[in-house]
Design a protein around this ligand. Structure first.
Ligand code: PLP
Length: 442
């Protein structure tokens, strides 16, 4: 997903912070294995079962023959999203100490979510099997209400009154598959006039893709106003749009009837969990359309009791987190890499950080090099980093660099967002080794 924004560029020299604790590769594997690298807290010394067989080495990925990834990319689902804190893991464990009626647990969890996420009165929450699942069950609930027959028949909408969802053409994206999964037809509009003309008795809802706000003619606040004027529910997908923390309440406050966030991105809850916030009646109908309830479209989007409990703990910790300190930590890790690379002639590092960036808001460090001094392309460096063993070092998508890459020098991007302590040293050393291998004779 390519996100274009104006990033402020700052000299890395002004931003090199205190060096984080440095460990060698062996020390790092130990730290990873023992899970001492949470983003929100330090591991509590808690007795663990002594494992035999699977898990006994403390390195489950190595036991399975899978490379561990050093994640300099971000909260990519394909790399595992984010890591949960020991506290979240502990609450998940507590969720596994007994049984609960899942529908009852969901309703209670929704109330807790409403409190933590400062939802307006008349709103509540639902823990779903991810933000994509929240789209599916949220739209299903809009379409079916609590009509049992409708719940059983979708995505077949035969005989149902509402069958269309309006979306701005520029807001079409990979996750609208989860809207289409309910059987609705997406009606694309570009202008405000087209939107007004598209509203008809078959219109079920209006969809907004928050990170594409800049591309659409109708912005996030105007869009919900139009929905209100026509008594239509508006759904905002803000899955990757924390930090800042305040985004958690921004869109329900704005009046969106349904809003979703991923649970396993920056909120650092369980990977298979998401937040659906919305008007109480819509949330009630969303739950009717999902697991544990059978013969529903959302039965395949199961969320377990452990995820429900862990998700709430993650939200609680996220809301209380010191984002300025976390950001400072990222700069410190990136600064360590910049300092190592700064010793190589022709290599420069620059920070790019836009606190207003809607999605995947974090500091990125662009590392570029003078091709006259280092004969390596961006792709060669990226591939060599990924081929590194035993840790595959993965980088953020660079986008097309348009508007940012003023020189034509090859350039890669690094984030410390999902790095664990001491991994910056691994990246610095390996990247320095790769770049030096391409140095041309003077
Ligand atoms: C990641 C993402 C999703 C899906 O979230 P999951 O929690 O992984 O299901 C949906 N929409 C957007 C915009 C996303 O970035």
């Amino acid at each position: 997903m390519k996100l274009i924004s104006d990033c402020s560029r700052r000299s890395f020299l002004s931003r090199i912070g205190a060096a984080a604790t440095l460990l060698g590769a062996g020390g790092l594997r130990g730290a990873v294995a023992e899970g001492q690298s949470s983003d929100f807290g330090k591991e509590s010394s808690r007795a663990r079962p002594r494992l035999t067989g699977l898990g006994s080495t403390g390195d489950i990925y190595a036991e399975l023959g899978v490379n561990t990834v050093v994640n300099a990319a971000g909260t990519y689902t394909a790399l595992g999203g984010s890591l949960m804190s020991p506290e979240v893991m502990e609450v998940m464990r507590l969720g596994n100490t007994g049984f609960a009626d899942i529908n009852e647990l969901e309703v209670a969890a929704g109330k807790k979510m409403a409190e933590l996420c400062r939802m307006p009165s008349g709103y509540t929450g639902l823990v779903t099997g991810g933000a994509a699942a929240a789209l599916l069950v949220g739209y299903a609930g809009i379409l079916t209400g609590d009509n049992r027959q409708y719940i059983q028949q979708i995505p077949d909408l035969t005989g149902m009154p509402k069958t269309e969802v309006i979306i701005q053409k520029s807001h079409r994206y990979a996750f609208d598959h989860q809207i289409r999964q309910t059987g609705v037809k997406l009606i694309e509009v570009e202008t405000r006039d087209q939107l007004l003309a598209a509203i008809n008795p078959r219109t079920a809802a209006m969809h907004f893709t928050n990170y594409l706000n800049g591309l659409g003619q109708i912005k996030v606040d105007e869009y919900v106003q139009i929905a209100k004027e026509h008594n239509l529910p508006a759904f905002n997908d803000a899955a990757a749009d924390t930090p800042p923390i305040s985004r958690l309440w921004k869109y329900t406050e704005m009046g969106y009837d349904l809003v979703t966030f991923s649970g396993g991105k920056d909120i650092r809850g369980p990977q298979a969990a998401g937040l659906l916030m919305g008007k109480e009646d819509l949330i009630r109908c969303a739950l009717l359309n999902m697991s544990p309830n059978e013969d529903t479209i959302g039965r395949a989007s199961k969320v377990g009791k452990e995820e429900i409990c862990g998700m709430l703990k993650a939200i609680e910790m996220f809301v209380a987190s010191d984002q300025a300190a976390i950001l400072k930590g990222y700069y410190a890790q990136l600064g360590q890499i910049a300092r190592t690379l700064g010793r190589i002639p022709g290599v420069t590092s620059d920070y790019e950080y836009n606190p207003e960036e809607i999605a995947n808001n974090t500091v990125r460090m662009a590392v570029s090099w003078d091709p006259a001094k280092i004969a390596l392309t961006k792709d060669q460096v990226t591939q060599q980093l990924a081929a590194t063993r035993p840790y595959s070092i993965r980088l953020a998508d660079d986008g097309d660099g348009s508007g940012k890459n003023l020189s034509s020098n090859p350039r890669i991007q690094i984030t410390a967002w999902m790095l664990q302590p001491a991994q910056e040293k691994l990246i610095a050393d390996r990247l320095a080794e790769i770049l030096r291998s391409g140095q041309k004779a003077a």
